[in-house]
Design a protein. Structure first.
Length: 327
């Protein structure tokens, strides 16, 4: 359930304008073991507050803002790796490396200008691309399932222009500051051109990425590295099941031996319960997750999950049993 606060302001020269602010959140507790076994046993898996604000600007234009705040009592203050974010039902988790001065830190945030012919979004986000869209199975794991050499994530600043061109079809252009495919390596800016389609139970996204490396970044990169990459995801919801398939080419800035990744996900609803599996592989690295979620209500659920990640030389596992409540 959303707690909505409506603020009305009267502008003498323009009549009245309305702004709507919506606050949602969630709290998670449970028993977990993460891949590194640095977190094991009963813990506060996560807690978050999301703030959304919209305003009608008139003339078919509007602005929308989003900000996420996360709090995790199991994470010590200081610099470190922020792992584990809000458990949205049937959604993936994400991992971000960040410097934190307290146990409360900022997650995704964005500002979108909606226009009659397009939308322009400016964002800072943990999600560098579309590669994980195929992973539709529910899970609640502490570590990012895209890690261990299959798909990596990094905090990036991006400007996104989306232009509707047909029913359900958008052409999308992105300008990304940073390195969405490898957080630790310096780089220049990345430009992205892609498309998305949503309709008739089908969701498709395809993107071409090109990075303009700085001289300092080039000096740190291996010989034969790629400057471009592509990714494609297809998700079909048949009602009785949702299935996803994904492809991510050899990554930009990696050695010439880097290979493409293949991903797949399956989610099956069974009344109040949903079960599913996710799988991914690149080179010798691979991962899989098994998960089940039972909805006690629209805002409360229990999720059990198991995950295994294999770097190619070592396989590790993690598990979680989480009680989640959103508001």
């Amino acid at each position: 359930m959303k707690k909505t606060m409506i603020a009305l302001a009267t502008i003498a020269a323009m009549g009245s304008a309305s702004a709507q602010v919506t606050m949602t959140g969630g709290v998670d507790f449970g028993y977990i073991k993460n891949l590194a076994e640095t977190s094991k046993g009963f813990t506060n898996w996560g807690a978050y507050l999301d703030f959304s604000a919209t305003e009608d600007l008139g003339g078919g234009m509007s602005v929308a803002a989003f900000m996420e705040l996360n709090a995790d009592s199991s994470r010590a203050s200081g610099s470190g790796t922020c792992a584990g974010t809000a458990l949205i039902p049937a959604s993936a988790t994400a991992t971000a490396t960040c410097a934190i001065a307290a146990s409360v830190y900022s997650g995704d945030r964005s500002l979108t200008l909606n226009m009659p012919v397009a939308s322009l979004t400016m964002a800072n986000t943990r999600s560098g691309g579309n590669q994980g869209a195929a992973l539709v199975g529910p899970h609640a794991l502490w570590d990012d399932v895209y890690s261990h050499g299959v798909i990596s994530r990094a905090n990036v600043d991006a400007v996104v222009l989306a232009v509707p061109v047909a029913a359900g079809v958008k052409v999308i252009g992105k300008y990304v500051e940073g390195a969405p495919d490898y957080a630790a390596t310096p780089s220049g800016a990345t430009s992205v051109l892609g498309f998305s389609y949503a309709g008739n139970g089908l969701t498709v996204g395809g993107y071409y990425n090109s990075t303009d490396y700085t001289d300092a970044a080039k000096a740190a990169l291996p010989a034969g590295y790629a400057t471009t990459s592509t990714d494609l995801s297809v998700v079909y919801d048949a009602g009785v099941a949702k299935v996803g398939f994904g492809y991510d080419s050899a990554r930009r800035g990696k050695a010439s031996t880097d290979q493409a990744a293949t991903l797949a996900g399956l989610s099956i609803p069974m009344g109040a319960a949903t079960v599913g599996v996710n799988w991914g592989k690149r080179d010798a690295a691979s991962f899989y997750t098994l998960g089940g979620q039972y909805n006690l209500s629209k805002r409360t659920n229990i999720t059990a999950a198991y995950g295994n990640a294999d770097s190619g030389t070592k396989a590790t596992n993690e598990y979680a049993l989480i009680l989640h409540h959103s508001f």
